[in-house]
Design a protein around this ligand. Structure first.
Ligand SMILES: [Zn+2]
Length: 323
């Protein structure tokens, strides 16, 4: 039997019944043959007053860990013991997810064009309606991502550490690394911040798969934020190792095509001048060696050996104990 969900035109918080968890679908666009494309929504409105916390996943359609984080989170949230409202969008970029792809159906990266445009092209309109009909209602936002295809990430958070609440939300994730990042234009995080929403990005591992440990960490981080906001009553989870705070980061790229071997692992510390990667030609000869231009910590790295000139090698964060 096909499950049925009420189809909403927009998220309306006043319609949510206190003390209940309800799933919806929200009409967002129509496809070329006039069928509506619907966004899945999971809601839980508590009996007590409190903030509206939004959790978004799959802004990039192949970043699956966030979907499981949302599902697992809702298994442990009891709306009768909740203050405020939890709204999750397990799949933001529906057309991309259907293609098992990162980008929207017109080839655009949704996380570069937020908040979109009411009268724009396909991805603009989709982004605008998502912001206007869903995100606008949030007080807080945790946007779940992973590395891109062919790369691996540590469990890390991107947040504006000059904002006290952002900083607190980031620390509550208990990640391996926190990267201070004011937010590039066009990201969901910065578009939400423009609306006065406290927003962070959590990078939950690698794309195209479910990683049990990463998913557990993702859920724990959100629960910690909910405890801190007074939405639920639970002890905070405390990680054994505190995160490394980084003031900035940079990517290194190859200048030749070839077969790449990246030496350090995720979260390894690298020294300035240390050899971090080798590039071999198709015959197996080493054709380039890459050294770290600065000391730092490995946030992410390429896992795809074969690449042309300009392929990504490694993402290095610059730790700063004064942050
Ligand atoms: Zn992403």
């Amino acid at each position: 039997m096909m499950e049925k969900y009420e189809i909403l035109e927009r998220l309306d918080l006043s319609q949510l019944t206190p003390g209940s968890a309800i799933r919806y679908r929200m009409r967002i666009i129509e496809n070329g043959i006039g069928q509506s494309v619907n966004l899945p929504l999971m809601t839980a409105r508590g009996l007590g007053d409190g903030p509206v916390l939004g959790i978004t996943a799959l802004v990039h359609g192949n970043e699956l860990n966030g979907l499981k984080v949302v599902q697992d989170l809702f298994k442990i949230i009891d709306p009768k013991k909740l203050n405020g409202t939890l709204i999750a969008v397990p799949v933001v970029n529906v057309p991309a997810a259907l293609q098992l792809d990162r980008r929207f159906s017109d080839g655009v990266d949704l996380n570069r064009i937020m908040p979109g445009k009411a009268h724009g092209n396909e991805s603009d309109v989709y982004a605008h309606r998502f912001m206007d009909r869903v995100v606008k209602e949030f007080d807080y936002l945790i946007d779940l991502h992973t590395a891109s295809f062919g790369r691996a990430n540590s469990f890390y958070v991107r947040a504006d550490l000059s904002n006290e609440m952002n900083r607190e939300m980031a620390l509550l994730q208990q990640p391996e690394i926190i990267l201070n990042n004011a937010g590039a234009d066009g990201t969901l995080r910065s578009a939400a911040a423009e609306l006065g929403i406290q927003a962070i990005t959590v990078e939950v591992g690698n794309p195209n798969r479910f990683q049990r440990g990463m998913i557990r960490s993702g859920v724990e981080g959100i629960i910690n934020v909910m405890v801190n906001l007074g939405m639920i009553d639970k002890p905070l989870t405390v990680a054994e190792t505190p995160p490394v705070l980084c003031r900035s980061s940079f990517w290194m790229y190859t200048d030749k095509g070839g077969i790449l071997e990246v030496k350090p692992d995720l979260t390894d510390e690298v020294e300035k001048g240390e050899e971090i990667a080798l590039l071999r030609n198709v015959y197996g000869d080493v054709v380039a060696r890459y050294n770290a231009p600065q000391s730092g910590i490995v946030i992410g790295k390429s896992t795809q050996p074969l690449g042309q000139s300009g392929s990504r090698i490694i993402h290095i964060g610059i730790p700063d104990s004064s942050l």
